[in-house]
Design a binder for this molecule. Sequence first.
Ligand code: CA
Length: 229
Amino acid sequence: MSKILIVEDEVSIAELERDYLELGGFEVEIKNNGKEGLEAAINADYDLLILDLMLPEVDGFEICRKVRETKNTPILLVSAKKDDIDKIRGLGLGADDYITKPFSPSELVARVKAHLARYERLIGSMAQENEIIEIRGIKIDKTARRVYVNGEEKAFTTKEFDLLTFLAQNPNHVFTKEELFREIWDMESIGDIATVTVHIKKIREKIEFDTSKPQYIETIWGVGYRFKV
Ligand code: CA
């Protein structure tokens, strides 16, 4: 349930707003002065803030400005004066919307819903899903660089991870040790193709049920390795 903070010093207005928003399915908290409102807005997590502009101690402009230093929570400013709208626009406070008193409570609810929906879309488009390779019981999270075998996380070194990922990304393709060495280790690396053999052995110990009968990374004698799908 979305949680909304109302900062409003006129108790009857605050309660009216709350009643309508609760009917609209929101959880609502009220602060009747600017100082408490600012504290709550900064320290707690709300999905949307409704701020009256004229408030004792700390006004709505100030709360809006302070919140925007750290948060992107949608903010709806409420003003008693039409003139304030020009001021709000001019200040570039980062408020998402404004509404002048008197307003119909259903209009307030409609605007709150619209801003929450817009914000959720924005957040959804920003959150990118991790790139994951899943082959039978093995899950390789390329973004987080983590490997899970039958749901259990296994620790991989950087090169082990790179080698496993490269093979898993090219299933059923046979690579020679030379090719794998060139792919995973840069030319300046100290080591040789025996390094590949050592790493394959270590990877198998982590992913194979029985390393003498590998189910994932197969040895193609005289050629190299392949990740079997
Ligand atoms: Ca007021």
